[in-house]
Design a protein around this ligand. Structure first.
Ligand code: HEM
Length: 473
């Protein structure tokens, strides 16, 4: 009957949109994830919002997000390729692609990262080695306050360099530093209100804030192309130095077997490499900086963590396999990721087909935001969602406990490709640094004065700040 048909086609509710600008006037573009989180309290766990003329269905709360991304992984597993992402990726790579090309590139990245020891010994060695370089920089400040951003970015970026190119760079190599700093600026800009507006109203034209981003991205691509070129010139099938070589090798074998419809082309290589850098550097580095900031803010928690490190590890080098004997440390790292919530709306998804979900009809091709904020801070899942409380991940005996609503890497078909690498990096960098230094606010500043308000970029960053790293050894 007509009424059941209409019932079936009921669309998710939401605030009433105005023509053209939709719900923009109700949005705080500096904190869009907070506005959406507030909407979810008013309109429920699945609601519609208009970002300019663009209709977006938002999924909120652990149960709804999991039900969509995991139990309906196919339907909710497309990527929305927004304006600026489309201009830069043009269907290539892993982050902003779909269909067969995406599937092949994602699978290749996952297996290659695994072959290069993601979560295994090889990358463990590289991370430990890089941590030593990072600590040389920290040591130079001799306990005086400094901003950790740049050196942490260099260290984390070098891990991806090792995996992708097969070598690291010195922190004073201008080619390397401009590359890292530029990528950082790009990420900050892509999340800025003006680029958000550009994504909503592309016809406003390129003068609206996206010019710097495009210039940066073109320069990054040129630099990556050059680095790939160097590897190509010295390529021998017998020695595989990293991701790029593995790709070139695959390209060669496919060509030799007469496969002409191959996805292993130079554009897919270039964009995939750029994706690994953009997705893998800022995220991990930002999480580490949140971790150090939170340690300076909560000296008791830092002290308890260091007590555990002293007792279990002593002064030897920490290893990945030590994690299971360090429940408190593990809980602290999880809690840093939960509270810092660095990818607050995940990346935008889209539906691959019409679907009726939790009683609502969502058309094929609708943009979907999995609001990770509302999962990581879900009041029905966490005992004290807005405070820094490592007990969220500990049972009454102090053993580490996994929590379902811990979803900083998202879930399902598009879940983070670098999760195990990121987890290994966070664990080794964080524990090694905490083993060697006690982190405090600058002299004259109290812990209470340390600001935890995030600044917006594509990821949520700590507000610029300085810390002191006092040597513990
Ligand atoms: C995607 C988080 C580190 C590579 C994502 C997504 C999130 C995320 C939320 C979006 C998932 C979705 O669409 O629902 C994080 C966090 C990290 C981290 C919190 C560190 C703490 C890394 C690293 C790499 C990486 C180290 C690379 C080695 C990727 C890629 C995608 C992705 C390629 C796109 C997957 C796809 O579209 O199929 N990540 N990530 N990430 N991440 Fe990560």
């Amino acid at each position: 009957s007509q009424s059941t048909n209409q019932e079936r086609r009921k669309e998710p509710p939401g605030p009433r949109p105005l023509p053209l600008i939709g719900n923009l006037l109700q949005m705080d573009l500096m904190k869009p994830y907070i506005t959406l989180w507030e909407f979810s309290k008013k309109y429920g766990n699945i609601f519609t919002v208009y970002l300019g003329p663009k209709k977006v269905v938002v999924l909120a709360g652990y149960k709804t997000v999991k039900h969509a991304l995991v139990n309906n992984a196919e339907e909710f597993g497309e990527r929305e390729v927004f304006q600026i992402a489309n201009e830069t990726s043009q269907g290539h790579g892993i982050l902003f692609s779909n269909g067969e090309s995406w599937k092949e590139m994602r699978r290749f990245a996952l297996t290659t990262l695994r072959d290069f020891g993601m979560g295994k010994k090889i990358s463990e060695e590289k991370i430990i080695e890089e941590c030593k370089n990072l600590m040389e920089v920290f040591d130079q400040y001799e306990g005086k306050p400094f901003d950790t951003t740049q050196s942490i970015n260099y260290a984390v970026s070098n891990i991806i360099c090792s995996i992708v190119y097969g070598n690291r760079f010195e922190y004073d190599d201008p080619e390397f530093t401009t590359m890292v700093n530029r990528a950082n600026e790009t990420i900050r800009l892509v999340g800025s209100p003006s680029v958000q507006i550009y994504n909503m109203f592309p016809w406003l034209g390129k003068w609206f804030g996206s010019r710097v981003v495009m210039k940066n991205i073109l320069q990054s691509k040129a630099q990556i192309r050059k680095l790939i070129g160097c590897l190509q010139d010295t390529f021998t099938p017998q020695v595989c130095r990293g991701f790029v070589d593995a790709f070139l090798l695959r390209q060669q074998t496919q060509e030799e077997s007469g496969n002409i419809n191959t996805y292993y082309n130079s554009e897919n290589l270039l964009v995939s490499v750029a994706n690994l850098f953009n997705a893998g550097t800022d995220t991990t580095a930002t999480t580490l900086r949140w971790g150090l900031l939170l340690m300076a803010k909560y000296p008791q928690i830092q002290g308890q963590l260091q007590e555990e490190l002293n007792r279990v590890i002593g002064s030897r080098q920490v290893r990945g396999e030590d994690r299971k004997h360090l429940p408190y440390t593990d809980a602290v790292i999880h809690e840093v990721q939960r509270l810092a919530n660095i990818v607050p709306m995940s990346l935008p998804h889209a539906t691959s087909q019409d679907i009726t979900f939790q009683g609502y009809f969502i058309k094929k091709g609708t943009v979907v935001y999995p609001l990770l904020t509302s999962v990581l801070w879900d009041e029905t899942e966490w005992e004290s969602p807005l405070s820094f409380n490592p007990s969220h991940f500990l049972d009454k005996d102090g053993k580490f406990v996994k929590r379902d609503a811990f979803m900083p890497f998202s879930a399902g078909r598009r879940a983070c490709v670098g999760e195990s690498l990121a987890r290994m990096e966070l664990f080794l960098f964080f524990t090694t640094l905490l083993q060697c230094y006690r982190f405090t606010p600058p002299p004259g500043m109290t812990e209470d004065e340390m600001d935890l308000t995030p600044t917006l970029g594509l990821t949520l960053n700590p507000t610029p700040h300085k810390l002191c790293a006092h040597s513990r050894v």
